[in-house]
Every structure is written in structure tokens, then in C-alpha cells.
Design a protein around this ligand. Structure first.
Ligand code: ATP
Ligand code: MG
Length: 665
């Protein structure tokens, strides 16, 4: 195998024998609402323009930003895969996200409606944000942070997190945000890998009704690495914290005493903006490096186009944690560059009750909601009656990201959250791509439940077979990106060779994303799950996503994860783990019914050999199912790396269940 085997399970070559079988048929179609189409920010013309002149198209999108020095070059691809976008331009990312809106007279517009988990709230205008970011920039400078340094950010979902990120951007220091749910160990590795000089954290944050401490993990992590000079601590919960004099500094003491005047310096378009480690679904996380001009161009453009953002009237809410790329591009950089008003929520969806999200939509009149399939399936499991208690009529566009969305979950989302009228944009992208790549446009695309459909204007994506030939409509294989794009990763931090090996070696001259996909008869793209997860049953490649979607389309199933486990007769056999909906009772009859349901939906080849009802599935902290662990269980192996799992006790529960499960042929 050409690519780095530390990133795969050595199963990537499974797909080589045959293209992915195309089993699922989904005939439902939803046209864009007429009024939305009539007033859409982006129309079908954008595809034509980008097709006629891709680089000219991106150069035009770059002009949506404010440059200190306008770029004259668009793309330098003379040394692939190391791209330079807008290389002779200079800009300040924080200026673009904050100051320019104030200068345009929009200082009184709310940038962030913060909703704390305990119910406290705070509205921050663009003028206030400008002062806060300037003060924080001055504070970081006072702590010795300079252009080119790295700062680790280990924070809850509070406004200071966005302020800290923007302050880093403002002074040209790259941030490395580490999700607040990660252990001291994971934090230490990331601080060390990025060689961060300062860590910004808080005493804690509120989660599930209680203060959850963050500072102890920082103390522990910082003790294991030598380079950290200061720890800047926001007071959020008021918990007691251990204090290291000389190293630790309170945010409210240092930042509040700073001047709110700060002149942003213009940096090269290719100046590093941040490092972000991938979520670790498949293996050892990679430090993905993003730079300034190209990244901001695409984050801002896609946020404008895919959400049809009307900054004067929309209230936008992305429920992701800022510790993931979705939070970077679609809480901080994209929305703020566009002058959006957004909601930021600190806590969990079921605190203090399972209607909390819908209460927030109602309270702020949210018009655009961006969330993940894992959340949608959880809401399905909790029941339709919960969102029905709230007024969700302000919503006009719904987004999904993070995993393939099962058609049934898509339909549920549209019907129970979107009043059967809101278009759903299923956005495919990755930490590595920096911004959305494949997605419907809400005023243009006739949507199909479960499909991300079309590469965005200016993006070149397709599906190829093992020999890198584009598959015909109706065929399946590997998703690849065939042309560089502005927000592409520039490298893996400190490891150019791993960057080349991981993404650019499988198919000559093409970026290989690691995901399986198919094209339908119209040429629309359907994501079929990770190539590492594809199952090979009696010589047929079968996608995990399709079997899971078939299971979720049964009224008793809320969520499903399937894996291929070694089998003497069929090579691999399909093993399914299912979470039943609230009212369904576990029984052998139901298991038989589910097997038959999958057989009837996809054909006999896709019938799971075993189906195990479970209470929970192993998920990464960003909510993605970790199939590799289920495969370990199904094959009675020692579990692989579980450090990025939300709750490791889930695996014990599942393991204890396995030997007793009925198996049929
Ligand atoms: P790692 O690379 O460390 O294993 P990860 O891939 O989970 O972690 P992310 O960059 O957060 O880290 O996730 C990107 C992946 O998420 C994509 O490659 C794809 O597998 C999946 N994904 C994201 N959005 C979608 C979507 N709309 N449809 C299908 N899959 C999606
Ligand atoms: Mg990945």
C-alpha cells in the first residue's frame, strides 16, 4: 500500500478487487423553496463561471475579503502537492473577521449570542468583539508571543475561545486548539508536537449540569513538556485551581488591563493560521496545517453560498465544538468574516432537558442550523414529541456534517426540525480540506436524502476506481479531489513526507480523501464511509453506510454501526450493532426482522450475519462511530487505540454482550 499504514488498518486495499457495490436506491427528491431560490446568494451561474475559469472564480471570491495588499497571483502549483494561494497578497485574518465590520458601521450588530449551559447568556457586538480581541492580542504580546509562534488553546465553548483564536491570528501566532474533552496525555502530545509556547485555558466549563475542570489537565500536560512559558486562564466556573506563580496568569487580570487599541499587522497569505489535529477516527491524529488567505477565502465563500447567509437578518447556529475543524471554519472564521450573527452554546443537548437545542432555536430565532448526523440520530431516538414542543418556525436552512447522513435521519431532520420545507445541505469536507467541498446549494440543488451531491463551484471532485480511472455514473470507488483548492491543508505539521504519503501517493496527482463514494445515475456523489471500513463479502465490496442506512430505515432502529468481521466462508461477514428506538423491545424476532429488512432493501448479499442490539456505540469525541473498535470486538481481538473515544466503558458493555448473541447464516 502506498499510503502511510499508521493511518489505516491495512484494509484499504479491500476495495481493489471490485468497485463498491451500488446497493441503495433512494428516489425521494426535494426542490429548493421558490422564494429561497429567487433570492439566493449563489445561483446555478456560479458553477458555469467556475467551470469556465476556476482560478478567476477563486480570485473573485478572494476579493470578498479585505486585503492590505491585493494578490495578483492566484495559485502557485509549481511544486505539488505544496500549494500557494494568493501568495503575493497580504491580509490580517482577525481584521477581516472583526474590524472591517465595525469600520463598515456594523459595530452594534451582535456577533455572538452566547448561551451558557447553566442558562447564563451574553450578547457580544462586533464593536465589543474588536475591543476584546485587541486586548487579548496585546496580552499575548505581553506574554512574549510573537509572529510565527504557536499557542495551544484548551477551552470550553465560551466566547473567550473565539477571542483567543482571533487574538492569535491578529498577531500572526498559529493556534492549535485541542478539544476540551481530551485527556492531559492527548493535550501534552499536541502541545509538544506543535511546540506551543503559551497555553490558553479556563478553570473549567459547564457540562451535563456540572462544572467540569480543565486546568488540572493543563497542569499535568505542561509538566510533561518543557517549552510552555505561560498558561493564561479564563475564569468561567469559579472552581478552585492549583496555581504556578510566574507561569499562570488570569485572563481577567492580564487581558482586562490591556488597551483596546491594537493595530493589526498584515501577513502573507501563506502565513500559518492554525494547526488542528484530525479527530482520530482511523488512527494517530495528524497535525493539519492551514494558512491565511486561501483558507479564509473558502471558509467565508462556502459559508455565504451553502447557508445562503443574509447577515442582516439571519441568526446562524453551528452546534459543533470549536475544538473541531467545523468550529474553526463555521463558528469562528467563516461566519465572522461574513459579519454573521450567531449563537454559541456551551453545553450538551440534554441539559437540563432533551429539548435544550430547540429551546435555544426558539429563544434566538435561529434561521440556519448546522449540526451532525450523530446528534440528529440521538434526537430521533429521544422522540418526535420533544422538538414538537418548541417554535422552530424561524428555521430556513439545515446543515449536516461529520458522517454520511442516513436517508431516514435526513428525512426526520427535514420533517421534525425543518417543518418539511427547509432545504438540507449535507456538506462533505474534512479537517484537511479546511472548508466545505461537496454540498448542495440551497437555492439551486434539488436535494436527495443521504447524498452530498455536487462539488461546490470551483471544486473538482470525482470518484475513481483502483487504477485512478473515473467511474461512470452508477459506479463506486474512491473519492478524490483532482485540482488544488484555496483552503487545502498545506502539509502535516513537521512532516512533509507523511503529508505526501498519506494524501498524494495513492493516485498520481490527485488528493485521496480516504472515503469511499459512488456516483448515481445523475452523476451525484454519495459518500459510502471510509475506505478502511468497506466490507468484502463473497467478493463484493459493500459499504458500511448503505447497510447502516438500511437498518436505520427500519422503524425500530435509531442508530446502527456495521463492520466486516473475518469469516471462513465469505471472507468477511457483516456484523451489525444497533441502537433501538425508545419504544422498541429487543428480541430474537426483531433481529430476524431486521436481517430480512436489510435483505429486502439492499439484496441478500448485504444481510448481516449477526445483529446485536446495544445501548451505546463507540464514538469519537466529535461523535463519529469508531468502527475499527467494533471490528476488533467482532474478531475477538485486543482493542486498538481508544484514546479518542468519548467513553471507553461503552466498549466493555459491547464486549460483554458479544458471545451470547445469536448468529444465523
Ligand atoms: P482521522 O482522519 O484522524 O481518522 P476524521 O477523518 O474523523 O479523523 P475529520 O477531518 O473531522 O476527522 O472528519 C472528516 C471525515 O468525516 C471525512 O473524511 C468523512 O469520512 C467524514 N465526513 C464528514 N462530512 C461528511 C459528510 N457530509 N458525508 C459523509 N462523510 C462525511
Ligand atoms: Mg480523516
Amino acid at each position: 500500500m502506498a499510503w502511510d499504514t499508521t493511518d489505516t488498518l491495512g484494509k484499504g486495499d479491500v476495495v481493489s478487487n471490485e468497485s463498491l457495490a451500488n446497493l441503495l436506491r433512494e428516489e425521494r427528491r426535494f426542490a429548493p423553496p421558490a422564494d429561497l431560490a429567487a433570492g439566493a446568494n449563489v445561483t446555478a451561474e456560479a458553477y458555469e463561471q467556475a467551470k469556465a475559469d476556476r482560478l478567476g472564480f477563486w480570485a473573485a471570491q478572494a476579493r470578498r475579503l479585505t486585503w492590505a495588499v491585493e494578490p495578483t497571483e492566484t495559485l502557485d502549483w509549481s511544486n505539488p502537492p505544496f500549494a500557494k494561494w494568493f501568495a503575493d497578497g497580504k491580509l490580517n485574518v482577525a481584521y477581516n473577521c472583526v474590524d472591517r465590520h465595525v469600520e463598515a458601521g456594523l459595530g452594534d450588530r451582535v456577533a455572538i449570542h452566547f448561551e451558557g449551559e447553566p442558562g447564563d447568556s451574553r450578547a457580544i457586538t462586533y464593536a465589543e468583539l474588536k475591543d476584546e480581541v485587541s486586548k487579548a492580542a496585546n496580552a499575548l504580546t505581553a506574554l512574549g508571543v510573537q509572529k510565527g509562534d504557536r499557542v495551544a488553546v484548551y477551552m470550553p465553548m465560551i466566547p473567550e475561545t473565539a477571542i483567543a483564536m482571533l487574538a492569535c491570528a491578529r498577531i500572526g501566532a498559529a493556534h492549535s486548539v485541542v478539544f476540551g474533552g481530551f485527556s492531559a496525555d492527548a493535550l501534552a502530545t499536541r502541545i509538544e508536537d506543535a511546540d506551543a509556547k503559551v497555553v490558553i485555558t479556563s478553570d473549567g466549563g459547564y457540562r451535563r449540569g456540572k462544572p467540569a475542570a480543565l486546568k488540572p489537565a493543563v497542569d499535568d500536560a505542561v509538566a510533561r513538556v518543557d517549552r510552555v512559558e505561560h498558561v493564561l486562564v479564563v475564569r468561567r466556573t469559579g472552581q478552585d485551581v492549583a496555581w504556578t506563580e510566574g507561569r499562570d496568569v488570569w485572563w481577567h487580570e492580564l487581558v482586562e488591563q490591556q488597551s483596546a487599541e491594537h493595530t493589526p499587522e498584515a501577513f502573507d497569505a501563506e502565513h500559518p493560521l492554525f494547526i488542528l489535529y484530525t479527530s482520530g477516527t482511523t488512527g494517530k491524529p495528524k497535525g493539519i496545517l492551514h494558512t491565511s488567505g486561501g483558507y479564509l477565502t473558502q471558509a467565508a465563500y462556502t459559508h455565504h453560498a451553502v447557508f445562503d447567509l443574509k447577515p442582516e437578518t439571519d441568526v446562524y447556529w453551528c452546534t459543533a465544538d470549536v475544538g473541531w475543524v467545523t468550529g474553526h471554519s463555521y463558528i469562528v472564521y467563516g461566519p465572522l468574516a461574513n459579519g454573521a450573527t450567531q449563537v454559541m452554546y456551551e453545553g450538551t443537548p440534554d441539559t437540563p432537558h432533551q429539548g435544550r437545542f430547540w429551546e435555544i432555536v426558539q429563544k434566538y430565532g435561529v434561521t440556519i442550523l448546522y449540526t451532525a448526523p450523530t446528534a440528529i440520530r440521538t434526537f430521533m431516538k429521544w422522540g418526535d414529541d420533544i422538538p414538537a414542543k418548541f417554535d422552530l418556525s424561524s428555521l430556513r436552512i439545515l446543515g449536516s456534517v461529520g458522517e454520511p447522513i442516513n436517508p431516514e435521519a435526513w428525512i426526520w431532520y427535514r420533517k421534525h426540525i425543518g417543518a418539511d420545507t427547509c432545504p438540507i445541505v449535507d456538506t462533505w469536507w474534512q479537517t484537511e480540506t479546511g472548508a466545505m467541498m461537496i454540498s448542495p446549494l440551497p437555492g439551486v440543488t434539488e436535494t436527495k436524502p443521504g447524498s452530498a451531491q455536487t462539488p461546490l463551484p470551483g471544486i473538482s471532485a470525482t470518484v475513481v476506481d483502483d487504477e485512478a480511472n473515473e467511474v461512470p455514473n452508477g459506479g463506486g470507488g474512491y473519492l478524490v479531489l483532482t485540482e488544488p483548492w484555496p483552503s487545502m491543508l498545506r502539509t502535516i505539521w513537521g512532516d512533509d513526507q507523511r503529508f505526501i504519503d498519506t494524501y498524494w501517493s495513492r493516485f498520481e496527482g490527485k488528493y485521496f480523501a480516504g472515503d469511499g463514494a459512488k456516483k448515481d445515475e445523475d452523476g451525484d456523489i454519495w459518500l459510502l464511509g471510509r475506505v478502511d471500513d468497506v466490507m468484502l463479502v463473497s467478493g463484493h465490496n459493500i459499504s458500511t453506510t448503505e447497510v447502516e442506512s438500511a437498518l436505520v430505515s427500519h422503524p425500530s432502529v435509531a442508530e446502527a454501526a456495521v463492520v466486516g468481521a473475518a469469516d471462513e466462508t465469505t471472507g468477511q461477514a457483516i456484523v451489525a450493532f444497533v441502537i433501538l428506538r425508545g419504544t422498541a423491545a429487543e428480541s430474537d424476532d426483531l433481529v430476524g426482522e431486521l436481517r430480512n429488512h436489510v435483505g429486502a432493501t439492499l439484496g441478500p448479499i448485504a444481510k448481516p450475519k449477526r445483529i446485536l442490539p446495544v445501548a451505546e456505540l463507540p464514538k469519537t469525541r466529535s461523535g463519529k462511530i469508531m468502527r475499527r473498535l467494533l471490528r476488533d470486538v467482532a474478531e475477538n481481538r485486543q482493542l486498538g487505540d481508544v484514546t479518542t473515544l468519548t467513553d471507553s466503558s461503552v466498549m466493555e458493555l459491547i464486549q460483554s454482550k458479544l458471545p451470547a448473541a445469536p448468529s444465523e447464516d
